[in-house]
Design a protein around this ligand. Sequence first.
Ligand code: NAD
Length: 514
Amino acid sequence: MSMTVLERLGLDRHPRVVTGQGVKHGVAGQVVVTNPATGRPIAAVILDDERTRESVVAESCEAFRAWREVPAPARGQVVRAIGDEFRRHKEALGELISLEVGKIRQEGLGEVQETIDIADYAVGLSRTLSGPVLQSERPRHRLYEQWLPLGPIGVISAFNFPNAVWAWNAMIAAVCGDVVIWKPSLLAPLTAIASNAIAERVSAEMGHPGVFRLLIGTDTQIAESLVEDRRLPLISATGSCRMGRRVGEVVARRLGRSLLELGGNNAVIVHSDADLDLAARSILFGAVGTAGQRCTTTRRLIAHESVAAEITRRLAEAYGKVAIGDPLNEGTLVGPLITPAAVETFLAAIRRARDEGGEVVAGGERASGLPTEIAGGNFVRPAIVRAPSSNRLPIALEETFAPILYVFTYRTLDEALAMHNGVDQGLASGIFTDSLAASETFLSVTGSGSDCGLAYVNLGTSGAEIGGAFGGEKDTGGGRESGSDSWKAYMRRQTVAVNHGKQLALAQGIRFGE
Ligand code: NAD
C-alpha cells in the first residue's frame, strides 16, 4: 500500500498530531483539521497553552543570543540546507497543502517552490547585508550605518499561504540573525508542523537549535499574548484587515514594530486598446485561481466601454469551462473554499450584489453534480457580476474572500483610475493596454496613478515574483516582505560615528567651552 502524505512527512508519528480513530471533535486542547474538498477530518492537532507559550518565548530569547553570534554567511549556509530539504520534500508538502487548504496541485507545488526560491534569495542576501558609509562633516571622523539582528520575531500567518508566508519571513529573518516564533492559522496547522520541523531539524543538525519555533493555539490564548509580548520587537502578521487593525494597535501601544500584510481588493483596468486574449487569460487566472482565496485575487474588472461587453463575454465563456473538483486531480483548476462558512459568505455576497442591482453573468452558486467522494466539499462556481450602469455596487468595495469578479465600465482613464483607487485596500493592480500614455498614466511617478503596492502592465494581479518587495498600501497595512530591501524590517539600524583624530569636533560647528 502506498504511504499517505502524512506518513511521507512523518506527521503520523509527530507527538502533537493525532490520526486515525483518535481524531474526535470537541476534545479540549485539540483542533481537528478538515479536508475542505471532502469535509472529512485529516487529523487532530494538540494545541499549545500559556505555559508552553511562555517557555517557547523564553527559549527563543536564549536561542537568539547564540544565533546572532553566527556570521551572516554561515547563517546563510543553514538556510541553503533548509532550501535543499524543501526541494526534497516539495511533492509531499505541495500535496499536504492541497489536502489541508484545497489548493490545486500546481498551486500547492508552486507555494513550496516560493519557499525554495526565498531560501535561495536569502542565501545571497546573507553575504550582502550592508549599510552605507557616509561623508562626515568633521575632520578625521568616519560615519556609517550598520544593520544588526533584531531579536526573536513573531510571525502570524493566514490560512491561504500555509507555507510560503512563513518562509518569506523566516528565511530572511534567519539570515538577518533573528529567530522566529511562528503562529500559523488553525485552519492549516499540519503544513506548519511539517514545514517548521524541516527547518528546525536542519538548523539543529548544523548546531543551531531553537532558531525556528512553532506555537499553535487559539487567538485569545496564544496569538494575542504573543502580540503583546515586549520580548518580540517585531510582529509580522498576514491576514484580514480586521486582524491587522487589532495587531497594529496592540503592537503600537508597546511601541513595538509591526509588519502588516492584509487584505486586498484588487482591480484590473482593461483599456480600449488592450490585447483581449492576453487580458482574458490573465484575468481568469487572477480571479478564479486559488478559488479566489489569494490576497492578490482579481476582484474588480474595470473595462473601457468599447471592450467591456467583449471581455465579459470571453470571461463568462471561460468560466463555463473551468474544471471544478478535487484539487489533487490533474486538470482541476478550481478547488474548494476553505470552510462551509466561506461558502455561505460567498452566497451572501452574491445575494447582496443582486440586491444592489448587479447582474450575475456567470456562476454564483454552489457547485453541484460533483463525484460522491467530494460531495461534502466546499465547492462553488466562480462568479462574474456586472455592476449596474451607475457603477454603484457597494459590495464590491469589500474583500469577499471567494471567487467573485465585479465588472465596471468607464469612458475616460481618469474615471477608471478613480474607480480603481476608490477602495480601502491597496495591494495589487494591473492595466492592459498597448498605449504608452495609458500605462505611464497608471504608473505615474507623481503617485496619481495606481495607489497600490504592486502595479503591473499587461499582467494580472496574482503571482508576484519574490525578487521585488511585496505588500500594499492603505488598509493593506503598508508592510513589505520578500525581496528588494524588505530585509531591513528584520534588523535594526545603527548609525556609527568614529573619531579617529585627537580633537573634539562637534557637529554643526558648535563650540562648547573653548
Ligand atoms: P485572519 O485574519 O482570519 O487570520 C490570519 C491570522 O491571524 C491567523 O493566524 C489568525 O489566527 C490570526 N489572528 C486573528 N485574530 C488575531 C488577533 N486578534 N491577534 C493575533 N492574531 C490573530 O485571515 P485568514 O482568513 O486566515 O486569511 C485571509 C485574509 O488574509 C484575507 O483578508 C487575505 O487578503 C489576507 N492575506 C493577505 C496577504 C498579504 O500578503 N497581504 C497574504 C495572504 C492573505
